[in-house]
Design a protein around this ligand. Sequence first.
Ligand code: 13P
Ligand code: ZN
Length: 270
Amino acid sequence: MKKNILEAPFVKEMCEATANMYRLGWDERNGGNISYLLETEEVGEYLDLDKVIRTIPTGFDASALIGKIFIVTGTGKYFKNVEKDPEYNLGIVRIAKDGTTAELLWGWSDGGKFTSEFPAHMMSHISRLSVDPDHRIVMHSHPTYTIAMNAVCPIDEKDFTHRLWQSNTEAVVVFPDGVGVLPCMVCGTNEIGIATAEKMKSFRLVVWTNHGIYGTGKNMDEAFGLIETVEKTAQIYMLALGHTVNVIPDKIIKELAALWNLTPLEGILE
Ligand code: 13P
Ligand code: ZN
C-alpha cells in the first residue's frame, strides 16, 4: 500500500515555496520554475517506480542524471495555482537510461510537461552536484527589484556583487560566494542552460539580465533564502538609488565575513 503523494513532504514543500514566491510578487502568471532532486527510496513510498505514465524527450543530454528523480513545476503553470492542484501543476520525472528522455511518474494531469527552463535546471543540477553532493534545489524567479537593479548596473558580476554587499550587511554573510551574471539571452534554450550551468560551477546564484534570477541549495530554504536576500538587498539599492550617501565600507564587509568565518569571493574588496 503506497502513501498518499499529496501528503508527501516534497509535494508540500513545492506548494509552500510556489505560494510564498507568488505572494511576494516574484512570480507573475507562469513566471518562475523549481526543480527538486528527490531520494528514490522516499519517492518509492508514494509511487510505483515501475509505472511510467508517459515519456517526454528532454532535447539535451542529461546522462549525468540517469535514474535521478525530480519534482518539477510545469511549463505555463501559474505559481499561484500549485497549492490548490499539485497534480495538474507539478510533475515527477525520472531521467531515463538514454539520458535524453524524462519518464513521467506522476503529475501534469492535463498532458502537460516540465518547465521550458528544464535544460537550465538539469544542467545546473549537474554543475552544483559536481561541487556539492548535498545539492538538491534549483529555483528560478522574476523578483522585481533584482531585475530593476540589474537593469541599472553594468553586466559585471563582481561589480554587481560588490553593490549588493555594499547595500546590506546581510548580503556578504548570505552569499560570500557572490552572484553570477549572464547577459540578456533567449530563455528556454539549451544555450542559456549551458551558460547558466557554467556559472553554477562557482555560484549558487545567477542573474539573467532583464529576466530574473536562479538560486540553488541543499534544500528549499537555502535556495529561497538566497533569492530572498538578493531581492531584499536589490530593493534597498533601488530605493536609495540616486540618493545614496552611505555604503558599507570594504573594511566592514571583510570584518562581517571574518566574523562568520566566510571567505568573500576574491577580486571584489579593496
Ligand atoms: P515556464 O512556464 O515554462 O516554467 O516558464 C516560465 C519562465 O519563467 C521562463 O523563464
Ligand atoms: Zn523566467
